[in-house]
Ligand binder design. Structure first.
Ligand code: AMP
Ligand code: MG
Length: 526
């Protein structure tokens, strides 16, 4: 048994609905995050007991599902936790307060006909990717445990059911405010804003206009995490307003995936047919989501609706600059330049254009720049460009007659039909273009304080060697579903130290073959 708090229940009753998790027939612990237990000051055995001994759950206050709404793919919908329950809030030894939430714990008042269940595969996927994001230094919900329920869940086929225990500073979302503004009263909306300020941004309470201050603080946090998503090549896949957290944490790992070859239009989600949530669209979508949030806040801005609108417009108009600064700072660091470096933006966007044209792998290109190109700058020009080209060749740009191209048999799941040589690819042009870029880049690095040594430090901290590659994730989940956890545990180990260049794990740094990439799809949380 562990001690929890319930401050959320001080909100009006319209914001939640109590429910018991369903009785699990034969629960068994699949993964338990011991370091996270320690961070929370919870005995790992107590977490196990919570799931394995019904009397422990019975001895605790009844959990609650949160009410919310949201814009899903642009359309407003009434939602709520249809398969999640907050079991309480934990005050951590280092003075933070976090929600502990069960996901897949059975139906609630908001299930809308859904079964309230989750599959083992989907919960393990969330566990793996949320932990990877945390270790990539991206603020994220965390995963404390996954437990098999012993129950079969009906999806396209019957699958094993599981529950995830998720840890997050708060599950309040843009959609919680949309719910209050559209489906509750102004007093409820005010109570939610006051609670959010008090719990998440207490400094805002002392500002001239606490609600505007709340908006600006959340915008800054959201812009910061999004810049980190772009830094590591993360595609959330379902950036609906109910998945945008006021705490500024990444959460709801459904159809998310990581970029391989760089292209801003990359999307993997099977339901994102028009690419609304494609990699390069994410900044625009965040702005759209924050604007929906601001609409909900209007009654709290000013008693005069016109003045409220003026204040709102001004606040929302701050987004493009906030975004540009956050993005530019992190992208400059990806190429070793200090935040705000004048040439950094142009150099970075020129590099992206080359990568897009040649189908270069995002992570490997920056890895090559970090560990190869900056070192070999004094060597022959040939050696300078090799790391970069090696990367490009491994993805979609194939020049079959080039001696530097690895033979086709080295592509993992080899599917010759999927390997399409880029139509207008002229090797020497590409090489010249890259060399010209490289020269400008090195000059900029040398001019910046700290020179190459400092640049390399920045790049090592910004450019992961290992991301949870989509094909590795799926392979680990296939194995886990069959009851074998070696691949899952190994991948978890790899992504737990993503910045260390560990030779023994190098096979995890390579992208999938073109065959995998051409057909890979992700699905909404099942
Ligand atoms: P998500 O796509 O995970 O953000 O979920 C969108 C909405 O669907 C939320 O209100 C979820 O609680 C709900 N939902 C998703 N899966 C289920 C399920 N199996 N049973 C009930 N509600 C669900
Ligand atoms: Mg959601």
């Amino acid at each position: 048994m562990f001690c929890l708090g319930y401050s959320y229940l001080s909100l009006p009753e319209t914001f939640y609905s109590r429910a018991q998790p369903e009785a699990w027939e034969s629960p068994s612990l699949v993964v338990l995050n011991i370091p996270l237990c320690q961070d929370l000051g919870i005995d790992p055995q107590a977490v196990a007991d919570y799931f394995l001994k019904p009397e422990v759950r019975d001895g605790m206050p009844t959990p609650f599902a949160q009410a919310y709404a949201g814009h899903q793919f642009g359309h407003f919908t009434r939602l709520g936790d249809g398969r999640a329950l907050v079991i309480g809030e934990r005050d951590t030894p280092d003075g933070r307060r976090v929600d502990l939430q069960l996901k897949g714990s059975g139906p609630t008042a908001y299930s809308r006909g859904g079964d309230g269940q989750a599959t083992l595969r989907a919960m393990l996927r969330e566990y793996l990717i949320s932990e990877a994001m945390h270790h990539l230094d991206v603020d994220s919900s965390r995963s404390l445990a996954v437990v098999r329920t012993g129950r079969q869940v009906r999806r396209e086929s019957l699958q094993e059911g599981a529950v995830l225990l998720r840890v997050m500073v708060s599950h309040i979302r843009v959609g919680t405010f949309e719910y209050a503004a559209r489906l509750a009263t102004e007093a409820d909306l005010r109570a939610l804003a006051d609670y959010s300020i008090h719990r998440l941004y207490p400094q805002a309470a002392g500002d001239e206009h606490p609600v505007l201050s709340l908006f600006h603080r959340v915008m800054q946090r959201q812009v910061d995490i999004l810049a980190h998503w772009m830094r590591v090549g993360f595609i959330h896949g379902v950036m609906n307003t109910d998945n945008t957290a006021i705490s500024g944490e990444t959460f709801d790992y459904g159809p998310c995936a990581f970029l391989n070859a760089y292209h801003p239009a990359t999307r993997y989600s099977s339901i994102d047919r028009y690419g609304r949530y494609a990699f390069g669209r994410q900044p625009q979508i965040l702005q759209w989501n924050l604007t929906r949030w601001m609409e909900s806040l209007l009654p709290l801005l000013h008693t005069d609706p016109n003045q409220a609108l003026t204040l709102a417009q001004k606040a929302v108009d701050a987004y493009p600059v906030a975004w540009r600064v956050a993005y530019s700072d992190l992208m400059c660091q990806k190429i070793g330049l200090p935040p705000g470096n004048a040439e950094g933006d142009t150099l970075f966007s020129d590099l992206l254009l080359m990568m897009e044209r040649w189908g270069c792998d995002y992570t490997q290109t920056f890895h090559a720049l970090t560990y190869g190109a900056i070192e070999s700058v004094n060597d022959s020009q040939m050696e300078v460009d090799l790391p970069f080209f090696a990367t490009a060749y491994r993805t979609s740009t194939i020049s079959p007659n080039d001696p530097n191209v690895p033979p086709a048999s080295t592509y993992p799941p080899n599917n010759p039909a999927a390997i399409s040589p880029a139509e207008n690819y002229v090797d020497s042009d590409a090489r010249c273009e890259y060399q010209a870029w490289h020269k400008r880049w090195i000059e900029a690095v040398d001019r910046a304080p700290g020179g190459r040594a400092k640049a390399r430090q920045r790049m090592q901290a910004s450019n992961p060697v290992f991301i949870p590659r989509n094909h590795r994730v799926e392979e680990a989940l296939d194995e886990a579903e069959a009851g074998r956890f070696e691949a899952f545990n190994r991948l978890l180990e790899v992504v737990s130290e993503p910045y260390r260049n560990r030779i023994e794990f190098m096979e995890y740094s390579t992208p999938p073959g073109p065959g995998f990439e051409a057909t890979y799809q992700t699905f909404c949380g099942t």
